[in-house]
Ligand binder design. Structure first.
Ligand code: DLL
Length: 448
């Protein structure tokens, strides 16, 4: 870290430009950032109005004139966009540019129904590479580093998103993709990667295989991990940092908005800086749609400010989080998203208590005698959800200890999360390992 000064109004200013990928933008005063946001917002609304019939109809019905949107109150009159809109207008109906002018398409598989297709102009791809480079730099990666990229390449945005960002940073990318775990480990050791990009669940699967092979990843050159694409707890972070001997930072994004790099932690690990020169973030009560006060949990709603091909207006992410605009010790002025707790559609209601899988994870990871791999099985009994927590014993733990482990886990979940559960202890390796996003919930409830 370079020289840090505190201004008269208490804003922390880190004056060393080398600490940032783009120091002017990353440390822009918040008033200037807001002015830039509204200028770009009006252009985005105009792009959507002129080129996407659905947005035009909705804005007309709500009486929104793009050029007149000047404040958050004005913004709140702009209608929401939902994932179902993309599905209903599959594949290209929400695009603001002809497909022939696009540089790339990505798609998310979606467990139900059709895939969601997203598109990018050359300029969109260029901005994405910049934001990913900015994110990686903030996480501690530097030009000249070897970046081992284990996010899946292909239609998923993780692989190519991290790839282009690392190249833009000036790093050397190992385009490994997910899977072939033994080979991943050999290449991390042999090629001297300093930075690892992967999902947190796959990282733990790699750590486990490395241990089985007798390879100590702590002896590798790895120093920084940039992990995301799924919710993960503070306990999981501690476990990864300990087993790999690295600093693990959280990165967030979604294909509908761009891909990875919408927000990323800096080395202060105190929340993910949401890049406000390209996105406008709101946190709303998912039921009433009213804004929640800063620091309170709600649904993250994102409007893109520079996307040409697929402008998104007040996109309902379903991701639950809190934000803060308090100054960060790194000197960046962009707001911080305080970890995504889970998705509103993953929320379980167990005997009246709202629970996210990540809350249960926080209790499980690091408990004695169990491995950091788990699944929740949810069933319906009458009108109530019933949850069975499947955990895995550590290698070498005798089966006679299983009932005591189950009692210990159930007790801690009850006292820390507040729900009653059945705990099933499985043998090492019995819980499926992920190569990308982990499947944490097996939902056996009848489909409505
Ligand atoms: O997962 C993009 C991405 C790739 C982000 C690599 C980070 C790293 P989608 O497949 O469209 O895009 O899934 C987006 O994943 O709405 C969240 O529910 C979840 N998600 C992504 N990052 C995080 C995170 C990519 N850091 C959906 N914490 C989002 C919690 C996350 N959830």
């Amino acid at each position: 870290m370079g020289a840090t000064t505190v201004t008269e109004v208490g804003v922390i200013q880190n004056t060393d430009a080398a600490n940032y990928f783009d120091s002017k933008v990353e440390t822009m005063p918040r008033e200037a950032l807001a002015a830039l946001q509204f200028e770009r917002l009006r252009k985005t609304l105009r792009n959507a109005f002129d080129n996407v019939p659905l947005h035009r109809q909705r804005m007309q019905a709500a009486g929104v004139v793009p050029e007149e949107v000047r404040s958050m109150d004005d913004l709140r009159r702009v209608p929401f966009t939902f994932k179902t809109d993309l599905r209903d207008h599959y594949p290209y109906g929400m695009f603001a540019r002809p497909v022939s002018s696009l540089a790339r398409l990505h798609a998310s598989s979606g467990t139900t129904g059709k895939a969601t297709v997203v598109g990018y102009t050359k300029s969109d791809i260029n901005n994405w590479a910049d934001l990913m480079a900015r994110s990686l730099h903030g996480a501690g990666a530097r030009a000249g580093d070897v970046v081992h990229n284990a996010y899946g390449y292909g239609l998923f945005t993780g692989g190519l998103g991290a790839h282009y960002g690392a190249e833009r940073l000036g790093a050397t990318v190992v385009p490994m993709s997910g899977g072939a775990t033994e080979r991943q480990i050999a290449l991390i050791m042999d090629l001297g990667a300093r930075v690892l990009c992967a999902t947190p669940s796959y990282t733990l699967a790699m750590a486990e295989v490395a241990e089985q092979l007798g390879v100590d990843l702590r002896q590798s050159k790895l120093k920084v991990g940039v992990f995301g694409a799924e919710p993960w707890s503070a306990a999981m972070r501690a476990e990864i940092e300990e087993r790999l001997g690295i600093k693990a930072v959280d990165i967030y994004g979604l294909s509908e908005i761009m891909g990875p790099g919408v927000a990323c932690e800096c080395t202060a690990q105190a929340g993910l800086h949401g890049w406000e020169d390209h996105f406008l973030f709101e946190v709303l009560d998912p039921e009433t749609q009213a804004p929640v006060p800063e620091g309170h949990a709600g649904e993250l709603v994102i409007t893109t400010l520079t996307k040409e091909a697929l402008p998104m207006l007040r996109y309902r992410t379903r991701d639950i989080t809190k934000v803060t605009t308090e100054p960060c010790e790194c000197g960046r002025t962009h707001l911080r998203i305080l970890r995504i707790t889970g998705r509103s559609d993953d929320m379980l209601i167990i005997r009246g208590v709202n629970v996210y899988p990540s809350q249960i994870e926080a209790v499980l990871v690091g408990r004695p005698m169990i491995a950091p791999h788990y699944q929740l099985v949810v069933e319906r009994q009458g009108t109530l959800d019933q949850v069975t927590i499947e955990v895995e014993s550590q290698p070498g733990v005798a089966a006679e200890a299983f009932p005591a482990i189950a009692r210990d886990v159930a007790h801690h979940v009850k006292s820390l999360v507040g729900i009653s559960s059945t705990v099933m202890v499985k043998l090492p390796g019995e819980i499926p390992r992920s190569q990308g996003k982990a499947v944490r919930v097996r939902d056996l409830r009848p489909k409505e």
